[in-house]
Design a protein around this ligand. Structure first.
Ligand SMILES: [Zn+2]
Length: 256
């Protein structure tokens, strides 16, 4: 099996100190490439350093909605500089998070819009986080001219997914799709167009079944997510692997 983990945080602890070992165990499970996602300026810089050090790693750079309030005034220049790096393949993660109250919603919305502007200007896709903010995320995305992005860790039902897919966006699934009683998310995984679907672990968070509860989550558990989606769609896991890997290469514009 050849899989791409399109969203993981090897740039934060406890994974950062063991990054080499984490990548090795991932490779043994068929994870051939990984995209490491920044949540603020320092972790975006570390994502790029990891991409320089390890040939299978690519970086995304941005300010997570929970980290906007701490960002320096000139954050946008920093991110734009980093986006010029050839291994910085995406903008994010950005989005809206109304679960935690680290950042006022109005400030999150400004940062989200600015990230979508950066994606549109650079042609690199946006990586979007949505927690308890379905309506506002949908409204901002549908109003914006950017059409290239992925909703990471998809949290909602088909009524939210449909207009975003129609706009051109991708959807990626974490271990939450393996959780019991997550029917709305599983329904989206089962019926959405396969050519827009990607896989991710969001390590070190959200360990999939059958390892749920174990911490930290690691990229090596990605095959459990592929298997679950294959079962939901009643196709082989090889087909899921082949298609999602091709989708990720095209989406991030990374070589085969
Ligand atoms: Zn993340």
């Amino acid at each position: 099996m050849n899989l791409i983990d399109t969203h993981c945080h090897l740039n934060i602890q406890p994974l950062l100190d063991r990054a080499g070992e984490v990548l090795e165990t991932a490779e043994q499970q068929g994870i051939s490439k990984l995209v490491v996602i920044g949540i603020d300026i320092p972790t975006s810089e570390i994502a790029i350093q990891l991409a320089e050090k390890y040939p299978q790693v690519y970086a995304a750079v941005g300010i997570h909605p929970n980290d906007c309030a701490k960002a320096p005034d000139n954050w946008e220049n920093h991110i734009l500089d980093m986006l010029e790096h050839p291994r910085a393949v995406a903008v994010g993660e950005t989005g809206l998070d109304y679960y935690w109250d680290d950042t006022p919603p109005d400030l999150q919305k400004i940062f989200f819009r600015d990230h979508l502007d950066l994606a549109l200007a650079t042609g690199k896709p946006a990586i979007i986080h949505n927690r308890d903010a379905d309506q506002d995320v949908m409204q901002q995305v549908l109003e914006h001219g950017n059409t290239k992005g992925v909703f990471h860790c998809w949290p909602a039902g088909w009524n939210i997914a449909k207009p975003l897919l129609d706009k051109g966006y991708h959807i990626s699934f974490t271990g939450t799709v393996t959780f019991k009683k997550n029917e709305a998310v599983q329904d989206v995984a089962a019926r959405m167009p396969l050519d827009r679907l990607m896989l991710e672990t969001d390590s070190p968070f959200l360990t999939p079944v059958p390892h749920r509860g174990k911490r930290p989550n690691e990229p090596m558990y990605l095959p459990h997510i592929a298997k679950k989606i294959a079962a939901l769609r009643e196709i082989s896991v090889e087909d899921i692997a082949k298609t999602t890997t091709r989708n990720a290469k095209l989406f991030f514009n990374i070589e085969s």
